[in-house]
Design a protein. Sequence first.
Length: 261
Amino acid sequence: MTDALRSFKLTLAYDGAAYSGWQIQKNSPTIQAELEQAISRITGQTVRVAAAGRTDAGVHALGQVAGFKADTDMAAERIKGALNAVLPEDIRIIDCREAERDFQARFQALRKCYRYHVWEGAAPPLFGRGHVWAVKRLPPRESMEAALKRLEGEHDFAAFQSTGSQVKTTVRQMFRAELEVRGKLHTFSFQADGFLRHMVRALVGTLVSHDGSANIGNIIKSRDRSLAGRTAPPQGLFLAWVTYPGQGEPHAAVGPFDRFD
């Protein structure tokens, strides 16, 4: 490596079903490991890739953002094509561009959006089962939408954090919390300045519980994880997109339940 190091910003999509999450783990396949191996293969260099968020095992992404530095004269568009040629088919680079030398995907992110898909019924559709959580009976839509509005604003979300997590503060700014219903498909969307470990899955587990949806305000005030609902399973969760200073619309892949036009 030399002073010619260049910084690159990647936007990627992946189906997380076959992976043990983002972060490298010994003897387990991960998104980070696949991506670092692919970059090393096309550049001939050992690199470290840092992501905007470390998605858990089985969680998907439409617009994950990651950064890396390399001593290469390859154009960003060529890097994108070369990576897509060697990466597994369930990982795809959506965009690659050169970034400022000090770019940090995690710490410079302004806003992140997660989506969670819930299917109301005993079993999900055959070709959607890997991307939804089937819940036999949901609370009334009005109750869930009222609970979502209570989540907006700045709150201490300690009640929705996995036990054992270590962060400086559990306060987060929730910009938007919404529900879209299309037949039996219920899509929860959350936009915030950051998320705690398993926060979205704990929120969804609470929202689909009749008691939790009705008492969301008291659960927030309690800061007690035992009062919130179960942690929803990973397969319904997608990191949808991440935004940064000076950026326009974020890049993202088409999701399994999005229109293609």
